[in-house]
Design a protein around this ligand. Structure first.
Ligand code: UT7
Length: 324
């Protein structure tokens, strides 16, 4: 039998604490006006002390399972995208597995920074297509607030914490037109761009956790070009045109990047799902956080074609095309 991966549910978790631009401007040399104009961000959430990436991932996963009317006992694969794991090891995915009460299956983390969700989705989709798993949790969970340098205004205002997850189920692929499920994923990386976006610490380099460092303008320039290429590859592989896309659910780093992508695709802005204004950049969590909003308020309907794209440190980048 040929399998495809049906998206059966989506869930999220946001920490309770809302931090506005104005609040940040009390301790950082910045302003609400600068942050809004340059990024579209108005506020973000920060995890409470002791609130871990795994706990947020577990809450998001449980929400996705509830929507999918699936129990944790049915899950046999967890792929968790995170760059801010609870600990160096074991993986955050195995902690989530335990917190969900699971006693079987395979769980591991994927590290592709802001592209992490698209990477995790791609891996899970391949497991399901190959018949190596039947029910997968794909999770993006981050606590970027813990790796920000509060002395560096060019980065510390840009990020937030949160988690999102989807449930994928292996179902028979009949080859029928407009069949729901993952149509394709396209992943890329180019390690030559390390210095444009990295964390200056880690177990084997400094023995410390380190802080996020970014050449914002350099990343911006690459983001639009690379993500456009990834979208083009997805459309071409499926014999589709930009006009076939119902919803663009992009990685939420900067409203100007999101708008540039939409213009390039000739997509009206009301077909683009935006949550960067309230969540800021939540790295691997941003796509499922945005998707969940559009599902909850009824914008995304069964059968809609969703284009996801992301770009992050490495550089890594990619796209995923999903019929909900
Ligand atoms: O998720 C991973 C992918 N990441 C991204 O996609 C991020 C991509 N990059 C960006 O989103 C943008 O480049 C930023 C939002 C990071 C920066 O926007 P920009 O328009 O590229 O600004 P800039 O870095 O060129 O800085 C412009 C000015 C500078 O001042 P001068 O040199 O013109 O006097 C900065 O010092 O803005 C200043 N600046 C700030 N001012 C107030 C930088 N950060 C701040 C700040 N508040 N927080």
């Amino acid at each position: 039998m040929q399998f495809r991966s049906l998206a059966a549910g989506c869930g999220t978790y946001l920490p309770a604490r809302v931090v506005t631009n104005a609040e940040l401007a009390k301790t950082v040399d910045t302003s609400d006006e600068w942050i809004r104009q340059r990024t579209g961000i108005c506020e973000r959430r920060f995890a409470a002390e002791g609130e871990l990436t795994s706990a947020m991932g577990t809450r998001a996963a449980q929400g996705a399972l509830d929507m999918a009317q699936t129990t944790a006992g049915e899950v046999d694969l967890i792929v968790c995208a995170t760059s801010t794991p609870d600990e160096t090891f074991p993986s955050t995915a195995t902690r989530i597995q335990a917190q969900l009460g699971m006693e079987r299956g395979v769980a591991f983390d994927v590290q592709a920074v802001c592209s992490g969700f698209v990477y995790a989705l791609s891996i899970a989709d391949n497991y399901l297509r190959l018949g190596q798993a039947t029910t997968a949790l794909v999770i993006g969970a981050e606590t970027f607030s813990r790796i920000l340098d509060w002395e560096d205004r060019s980065t510390c205002v840009l990020f937030g914490d949160g988690a999102g997850a989807i449930v994928l189920k292996a179902v028979e692929a009949t080859g029928a037109e407009r069949e729901p499920g993952v149509l394709s994923t396209h992943l890329y990386s180019d390690g030559r761009h390390h210095d444009a976006l990295y964390v200056d610490g880690g177990p084997s380099s400094t023995g410390t956790v380190g802080h996020l460092r970014m050449e914002g303008r350099e990343v911006f320039r690459h983001a639009v070009v690379r993500m456009s290429e990834a979208i083009d590859a997805a459309l071409e592989a499926n014999g589709l045109t930009p006009g076939d896309i119902d919803w663009l659910v992009p990685h939420q780093a900067n409203l100007r990047i999101i708008e540039a992508m939409a213009r390039r695709l000739n997509l009206p802005q009301d077909r683009v799902v935006v949550s960067v204004d309230r969540h800021a950049n939540t790295s691997a969590a941003s796509i499922p956080l945005a998707l969940h909003e559009a599902l909850k308020d009824g914008r995304v309907q069964r059968g809609d074609l969703i284009m996801m794209e992301a770009m992050g440190g490495g550089f890594t980048w990619g796209s995923a095309l999903l019929r909900w």
